[in-house]
Design a protein around this ligand. Structure first.
Ligand code: UDP
Length: 394
């Protein structure tokens, strides 16, 4: 059996970052396994038959306010500047989302829109970004009317499709991701760094994992390589029917409950069914993403052509529809969004404590730490974990 210092389970953001750091900075030999047939986790992208780069697990738009994350990733990719813009279909109009001053003017008669804008500016100041659940607390009748309109038309039905419950029933941080904006800035994100890897995410991850001391094995479930003996707190390497005690570190980036066959109950996630469609025309819609809060079963349509520079030559375009659903671990569903309930948090804590007892094992990333991470959060989190762990090799 080829010896490795570290085994990383999962070749997504967290796995790729920690593997890259451990190999390039500490010269450790690292085995990265992934049960899927590709690296990059949910960031995986590829060119379709028309030469359009699609994101197989839904649109991934990189943005960050963390200079260290930006610098770090910049050593593995060139960037194509890209600022995400989203429109929402409200009463037959396509209006900018996050809901901003332009959106108000599109949805209300001129005089009322002016009064609402004045009231918003007087109350919160220009440039403010106000979570919808905060705006809903305003007593002023005009602001209350505006809040109610935005809540009813942009949030209630979208959130009910996405999460299966009303906006109040999910963490306020989730709806606060898309605040009401007291300006005409129609960008979805305001971070100073917003861009896409010029050759795609997959190429960026390939470059990270392309190290002399990293070996990547795809289509490899964890059970083919590792066995955990929780009772004696031992980890075994398995290969070709043989087993031996593994003394190195295991970085696990999969679902934490699956380490324990979900014996305390499965952690809840929302999943998505993606429906890709090729349209026989150059452009399908006026923005990368159009949200449909109130019509249809899907929440949004994303057209990938908008993400490409130079524009692809094909007279065709590819779009993806997102149909939210509850994650069912017995199917092919992917777990995308953790659903935070008190019971879920208790279960997670229980699993996390049991995992911590195995001192060689480190749970890392969205699924293993049961967090709603943006891509840059996942990179920052993996870099921090690396800095913590490297001390053990000093
Ligand atoms: N949301 C909404 N209407 C919208 C956009 C977002 O109600 O038009 C709510 C919804 O609950 C969603 C959350 O805001 O889950 C966060 O949206 P975001 O676009 O950040 O979600 P992601 O891109 O991570 O799926």
């Amino acid at each position: 059996m080829k010896p490795f210092d570290v085994i990383v389970v999962g070749a997504g953001i967290s796995g790729a970052v920690i593997a890259e750091r451990m190999a390039s900075q500490l010269d450790l030999s690292v085995l990265v396994i992934d049960q899927r047939g590709h690296i990059g986790g949910n960031c995986f992208d590829e060119l379709d038959a028309d030469g359009i780069r699609i994101h197989r697990y839904g649109p991934h738009l990189f943005h960050t306010d963390r200079e260290n994350v930006w610098q770090y990733l910049s050593s593995f990719t060139r960037w194509q500047p890209y600022e995400h813009r989203v429109l929402s279909s409200i009463d037959g109009e396509l209006v900018p989302i996050p809901f901003n001053l332009t959106s108000i003017e599109r949805c209300f008669p001129e005089e009322k829109a002016r009064l609402m804008i004045d009231a918003l500016i007087a109350r919160f100041g220009e440039e403010a970004r106000v979570p919808i659940l905060e705006l809903r607390k305003e007593a002023d009748p005009l602001l209350a009317e505006l809040a109610d309109f935005i809540y009813q038309k942009a949030f209630v039905n979208y959130t009910s499709k996405q999460w299966g419950v009303a906006p109040e029933a999910i963490s306020p941080a989730v709806t606060a991701r898309v605040p009401v904006v007291v300006s005409r800035d129609d960008r979805y994100f305001t971070d100073p760094w917003q861009a896409l890897p010029a050759e795609g995410y997959t190429a960026m991850f390939r470059s990270m994992l392309d190290q002399p001391t990293i070996e990547v094995r795809l289509n490899t479930p964890m059970s083919e390589v590792l066995r955990f003996d929780w009772q004696h707190q031992h980890i075994y390497r398995c290969e070709a029917g043989a087993e031996s005690l593994f003394k190195g570190k295991v970085i696990y980036t999969g679902m934490i409950d699956q380490l324990f066959a979900a014996d305390q109950g499965a952690l809840r996630y929302r999943s998505l069914r993606f429906s890709f469609e090729r349209k026989g025309q150059s452009w399908w819609q006026p923005a990368t993403t159009v949200n449909y809060p109130n019509e249809h079963e899907y929440t949004r349509i994303t057209e990938f052509r908008h993400l490409m520079k130079p524009e692809p030559a094909a007279q065709a375009t590819t779009v993806v529809y997102e149909f939210p659903k509850e994650f069912d671990p017995t199917t092919e569903d992917e777990p995308y969004y953790p659903v935070f309930t008190e019971e879920g948090q208790r279960r997670f804590k229980d699993y996390a404590e049991r995992a911590q007892a195995m001192s060689q094992l480190h749970c890392l990333g969205r699924l293993a730490q049961y967090k709603y991470f943006d891509m840059d959060d996942a990179v920052a989190n993996a870099l921090e974990t690396y800095h913590r762990l490297r001390i053990e090799y000093a």
